[in-house]
Design a protein around this ligand. Structure first.
Ligand code: ATP
Length: 306
């Protein structure tokens, strides 16, 4: 067993495309999504300990992060210990760079990072396939945080197929101080769909990622990808948070090619032509008093550093 902390870094994600099917009896919706991992990271440090303990700090407001068994990283560590028959604990320190309840899968990234970190700390060497299985049991977005890059997600989003993405895509994120609850946003979408004449479309009959999205990614062409960005949850997030519309509109006005609510929001992701344009859009958004960050994707999934 390692005696120094194991440092694992895992990325946040943007859903470049998110098609949401009807709600199933178990409460889940079928999804057709394309994830892209971006350069906004969670850093998890795992140290030997007799008990399971956790501390959280970071660049974002961490006051909403649970420190007990509700924390996904803690659940990941315990699940791995139980599965591999490890009779030891771990101290996890999480340094968060991904906004909490921001629609960027920060908690899922922590869970993926904790799996990889504990696997290295304890020397359990479960291998990619077993880790993926554990990840899927922890949450629908956790397998992607392990995997990283760009991938198509089906089922609940946890059945992954790698997608070819050439080059790099530059994004400007507009962060919100107030998070959005993922179940609440799905609930809002269900309500809108149940209303007569609702602005939200009925659930699509077939859930497929449009060819235009996959072709634009394959070609590494941000100009082709921008008009194909789509998120079925966007209308529900905007109903709850109308202030987000102005961030989208300003981003486009300042030169972004297109924009989208990331996952269940409230983070806005604006796609730009190149790094220079992204820096300009970021600066102009900051001049309006917003918190804007230039990131790029795709980047790798959870991995041991140093
Ligand atoms: P989702 O993956 O559902 O889209 P999100 O990206 O919007 O979620 P997260 O920051 O992952 O948001 O967390 C959502 C909620 O999960 C938080 O409000 C918090 O109560 C809980 N949570 C559990 N573990 C963590 C964690 N390690 N970091 C942040 N939040 C966590």
């Amino acid at each position: 067993m390692a005696s120094r902390p194991v440092h694992v870094r895992a990325p946040g994600k943007i859903n470049v495309y998110l098609g949401v099917g009807p709600r199933h009896d178990d409460g889940y919706h079928s999804l057709a999504t394309v994830f892209q991992a971006v350069s906004l990271y969670e850093d998890v440090y795992a140290s030997p300990s007799d008990a399971f303990t956790l501390e959280v700090d970071g660049d974002v407001d961490v006051s909403g992060v649970p420190l007990d068994d509700r924390n996904l990283a803690m659940r990941a560590a315990k699940l791995l210990a139980q599965t591999a028959g490890v009779d030891a604990g771990v101290h996890l320190r999480i340094r968060k760079g991904v906004p909490v309840a921001g629609g960027m899968g920060g908690g899922s990234a922590d869970a993926a990072a904790a799996l990889v970190a504990c696997d290295a700390l304890w020397g359990t060497e479960l291998g990619a396939h077993r880790l993926h299985e554990l990840a899927a049991r922890l949450g629908a977005d956790v397998p992607f945080a392990l995997h990283g890059g760009t991938a198509v997600g089906s089922g609940r989003g946890d059945e992954l197929t790698p997608a070819l993405a050439r080059g790099r895509f530059d994004w400007v994120l507009v962060l919100s101080e107030q998070g959005l609850s993922t179940p609440a946003v799905y609930g809002q979408l269900d309500l809108l769909r149940a209303q007569d004449g609702a602005v939200a479309d009925d659930p699509p009959m077939s859930l497929d990622v449009p060819l235009a999205v996959l072709q634009a990614l394959r070609a590494g062409d941000a100009r082709d990808l921008a008009p194909a960005l789509l998120n079925d949850l966007e209308v529900a997030a905007l109903v709850d948070r109308p202030d987000l519309t102005s961030a989208l509109v300003d981003g486009i006005r300042f030169g972004a090619l297109g924009g989208i609510v990331s996952g269940s929001g409230p983070t806005i992701a604006l796609l730009c032509d190149d790094p220079d344009q992204a820096r300009l859009v970021q600066d102009l958004l900051r001049d309006t008093g917003r918190t804007a960050l230039h990131v790029h994707g795709p980047v790798p999934g959870a991995r041991v550093m140093g």
